[in-house]
Design a protein around this ligand. Structure first.
Ligand code: AMP
Ligand code: ZN
Length: 112
């Protein structure tokens, strides 16, 4: 838990937010500024700044982020297509330094 981290405060329910899904490892919330009709954030409960800061012992947690993406993707309308994006570092667009995946869906993406 990092008191100055907005995602830690959401996980701790200090900031109210509707959880789309939750398990032992992660939560899923709607992005406050969606860039697609469906824009979820999959956030591990452990504070890790980004992939640079992840350690081999975080392997299970990182896998759980992908499995949570798979789980919430079941609820997407057909054809259930989605992108999963991890921004790592300010120059890559990371603004919240608590690791998270953007799950974006519902519009046509031509690729990267
Ligand atoms: P990134 O820029 O990859 O670090 O992604 C952070 C995302 O968190 C951005 O897309 C923001 O719109 C989103 N965000 C910031 N604060 C909140 C919040 N309180 N609730 C939901 N999403 C948020
Ligand atoms: Zn945090």
């Amino acid at each position: 838990m990092n008191q100055s981290c907005i995602f830690c405060r959401i996980i701790n329910k200090e900031i109210p937010s509707k959880f789309i899904a939750e398990n032992e490892y992660c939560i899923v919330i709607n992005d406050i500024a969606p860039r697609a009709p469906i824009h979820y954030l999959i956030i591990p409960k452990k504070h890790i700044a980004n992939l640079h800061a992840a350690e081999p012992s975080d392997a299970q947690l990182l896998g759980q982020v992908l499995l949570m993406a798979q789980e919430v993707a079941q609820t997407l309308p057909e054809p259930k297509a989605f992108q999963l994006v991890f921004n790592n570092g300010q120059q890559a667009g990371q603004s919240v330094f608590h690791l998270h995946a953007h799950l974006i869906s519902g519009k046509f993406f031509s690729g990267l």
